[in-house]
Design a protein around this ligand. Structure first.
Ligand code: C2E
Ligand code: MG
Ligand code: MG
Length: 330
């Protein structure tokens, strides 16, 4: 039913729903147990990409308990400073030089070890903890970038990319937080790149639009992350002060095959350049993918082939080498 549009004042409006279904098997379950099970099934539906339904299975119980456990310990993680940042090099596909790094948050969990963002970011978004986490990531990334600048004294200072949650961009205080973070770290705005989702700009939210304009006016660079996975068109991006398009890994994966995905990557690159935007290919894993992307004019790349996310200390040695020589020789 939800796949059909609703008519409001003659306009077609689409609504999506994540639905969890629980059925009584013994006939003795109480309402609260059934609702709890339906709730667990609904979270599974959300995790599988939303806009779908799931029926309750007993193993979903364990998942729900784990979610709760993570939620509780995440609060502690923020207070106990268990979060850390890893940094992945972003490389000029022509010269092989490292032009920047993307900050990626990890959770150093006392029992579970290193926990990746897929496990906790969406939970943090649901509980609102993402605001504190996002603020910490921003401050720490700016501080680290400035420290590298002082250590390397390069004429082309390394840029730092920070991922934003939609919720941060929907907050009217966000731009001030960014300004304070840069001031505290003594980081020049030209060194900071903020990565936003396609989803957040398709929402037509006035606060988001205003924040993006103000960030751009501050001199901060804005990038669209995972481009091609959402529903925006390249032309709609022209209404936003975007400077960088990050081509999603799903296209990069197939770029060396010469199939439809590589045609998409080429079209995105061509159009981006027509509009004066820079393109970054995400998730490059092979030499073939890298040369195919370079040949189609993609400016920058990121991926395990060029460098995995690493600790701050490890990045320094990569920076000192300057150019990833073996890689560009291919
Ligand atoms: P993203 O921003 O698209 O980051 C790229 C992800 O792809 C990273 O995963 C990175 O480790 C992984 N990756 C890079 N190169 C390759 C490759 O060649 N092959 C494969 N298979 N993967 C590659 P990670 O660190 O697990 O982060 C996942 C997502 O979590 C990020 O996707 C980003 O959306 C989100 N995230 C990470 N840090 C933060 C943060 O500080 N704040 C927020 N709001 N989200 C974050
Ligand atoms: Mg990103
Ligand atoms: Mg991405």
């Amino acid at each position: 039913m939800f796949q059909e549009p609703f008519l409001l004042d003659g306009r077609e409006v689409f609504v999506t729903a994540s639905i969890g279904i629980a059925t009584s098997t013994s006939g003795t379950e109480g309402a609260s147990e059934l609702v709890r099970d339906a709730d667990a099934a609904m979270y599974v539906a959300k995790n599988k990409g939303k806009d779908r339904f799931e029926s309750f299975q007993p193993n979903m119980h364990a998942d729900a308990v784990e979610r709760l456990e993570i939620q509780v310990s995440l609060q502690r993680a923020v207070e106990q400073q268990e979060l850390i940042l890893h940094y992945q090099p972003i490389v000029d596909l022509v010269t092989g030089g490292v032009v920047g790094v993307e900050a990626l948050v990890r959770w150093n969990h006392p029992e579970r070890g290193l926990v990746f963002p897929a496990t906790f970011i969406s939970l943090a978004e649901e509980t609102g903890l993402i605001m504190v986490i996002g603020q910490w990531v921003l401050e720490e990334a700016c501080r680290q970038a400035r420290a590298w600048h002082l250590e390397t004294r390069s004429d082309a200072p390394l840029k730092i990319s920070v991922n934003l949650s939609d919720r941060q961009l929907q907050d009217v205080r966000f731009v001030d937080q960014v300004r304070v973070a840069m001031e505290r770290a003594d980081l020049h705005p030209a060194s900071l790149i903020l990565e936003i989702t396609e989803r957040v700009i398709t929402k037509e939210d006035d606060v988001v639009m205003d924040n993006l304009r103000r960030l751009s006016a501050l001199g901060v660079t804005l990038a669209i992350d995972d481009f091609g996975t959402g529903y925006s068109s390249l032309s709609s991006l022209q209404r936003f002060p975007i400077d960088i398009i990050k081509i999603d890994k799903s296209f990069v994966d197939r770029v060396a095959n010469g199939d439809e995905a590589s045609a998409v990557a080429r079209a995105v690159t061509d159009l981006s350049h027509t509009w004066g935007l820079t393109t970054v290919a995400e998730g490059i894993e092979t030499a073939e993918q890298m040369s195919a992307l370079r040949d189609m004019g993609c400016n920058l790349g990121q991926g395990y082939y060029l460098g995995v996310p690493m600790r701050a200390e490890e990045i320094l040695s990569v920076l000192c080498e300057g150019v990833l020589e073996t890689k560009t020789a291919t």
